[in-house]
Design a protein around this ligand. Structure first.
Ligand SMILES: Cc1ncc(COP(=O)(O)O)c(C=O)c1O
Length: 400
């Protein structure tokens, strides 16, 4: 979006304003499908609905031919309503209820990924009463080469650990169940990866695991998500094509098909937040800009990365600037070290990029109303207001 358009939208709809760009989203999705392959009938790229609940986003991805990944009944309904047929949906999640398992079986999802022995036996019973075999995968957790990474170590709530032998035991138990057909393995350990390095390490562990089960070859390996946004991959001198090529080559030694569930890669850089500076200050030499977009919807987390850029012709040397919100929370910081011109100050417009994934639907009523959400198919298209800004009066009504 050019500066002029940003100023125009901010003036027309107010700030903070979350703007999704359909053209960028479609480009990211098509690039990912072209790299990993598959078709609308047999998808290999499954968008994790948790990354963005907006119908406009999900409908476009369904039209382009991706599958969907869901972790609950709510997300299953969001996906189906957006146009993903159940046969294009993977049902994941460490805490699926019996009701959710029954729903997944009755609707005929593409695969259910099982996380424990108890869940496996419950699903076998459901499949028996349903009268036809159910296709499943098993979620495993692989050791991480770098112990400082989140999810390093063992004993997480996700899946079964490969290193301890729990994954192998669960695979053997699954192969004994008469009403289940074990078709694949699923792993999702990472986030924000700018190279194929850790995903390749995961594939090596999966290879070792499958080698221990001589009479079984999986139909697919699902490597989950965990790739950086497309713009960040390109900034690091790589791209989805190069990463997919390396992963597909290694995965083919384990199973004929590779599936992925990329969220940030597809939707992160397809949205920006327009926000105005409310106050500026310097404290112990550190420069702060306090803005009207808040971490109630730009949720901070170990994996979130929000870049802040000036909008407009603002010259001057770049200075290290912390960009925070108005919440009384130490964590209410969008970027601790944005490089912004010294001339940017109170009343100026900023753009927060990388705002498309894990934002709005991760948000809460804490402190501020949710922002207005706009959909812009292309720079020349008429904007569509997907959600108006909620008002303090509406929110206080829900907390009576
Ligand atoms: C099972 C599963 N798959 C895929 C994803 C998507 O991850 P990312 O957005 O980092 O690609 C997640 C995110 O938490 C997940 O839990």
């Amino acid at each position: 979006m050019d500066n002029h358009l940003c100023e125009e939208l901010a003036a027309r709809y107010g700030t903070p304003l979350l703007v999704y760009g359909g053209a960028r989203l479609a480009e990211n999705a098509r690039a990912t499908v072209s790299a990993f392959g598959g078709s609308a009938e047999e998808p290999r790229v499954f968008f994790p609905v948790k990354a963005c609940y907006l119908g406009a986003v999900l409908r476009l991805l369904a039209e382009i031919g991706l599958g969907a990944e869901v972790q609950s009944e709510l997300e299953f309904h969001l996906a189906v309503r957006a146009g993903f047929a159940p046969a294009r949906i993977i049902f994941n999640g460490p805490g699926k209820t019996d009701g959710e398992l029954r729903l997944a079986v009755a609707e005929g999802v593409r695969a259910i990924h099982v996380e424990s022995a108890e869940e496996l036996l419950a699903l076998n019973e459901i499949a028996r009463s349903h009268g036809r075999p159910v296709r499943i995968g098993i979620r495993v957790h692989v050791p991480m080469p770098d112990q400082s990474l989140p999810f390093a170590g063992a004993g997480w709530k996700f899946g079964a650990d490969v290193a301890s032998g729990d994954a192998l035991a669960l695979i053997k138990l699954a192969l004994q169940q008469p009403h289940l057909r074990l078709a694949g393995l699923h792993v999702h350990n990472y986030a924000q990866q700018r190279s194929a390095h850790l995903h390749l390490a995961a594939l090596r562990h999966l290879h070792g695991l499958v080698d221990q089960v001589p009479d079984w070859t999986p139909d697919y390996v699902d490597l989950g998500g965990g790739f950086a946004p497309r713009s960040a991959l390109e900034g690091a001198g790589t791209g989805v094509q190069a990463i997919a090529c390396a992963l597909r080559r290694m995965a083919s030694a384990i199973a004929p098909t590779l599936w992925v569930e990329p969220g940030r890669l597809i939707v992160s850089d397809a949205a920006v937040v327009l926000t105005r500076v409310i106050r500026q200050k310097v404290n112990s030499g550190r420069r702060w800009l306090l803005v009207d977009a808040a971490t109630n919807f730009l949720v901070p987390g170990p994996f979130s990365r929000y870049e802040v850029q000036p909008v407009g012709q603002i010259d001057g040397p770049l200075v290290d600037t912390a960009v925070g919100d108005g919440l009384c929370l130490p964590g209410g910081v969008l970027n601790r070290a944005a490089q912004l011109p010294a001339t940017v100050g109170t009343g100026d417009l900023l753009a927060v990029t990388g705002a498309g994934a894990y934002t709005l639907n991760f948000g809460s009523d804490f402190g501020y109303p949710a922002p207005a959400v706009l959909w812009l198919m292309g720079p020349e298209s008429e904007p569509v207001l997907l959600r108006p800004r909620s008002t303090p009066a509406e929110i206080s009504d829900t907390w009576h």
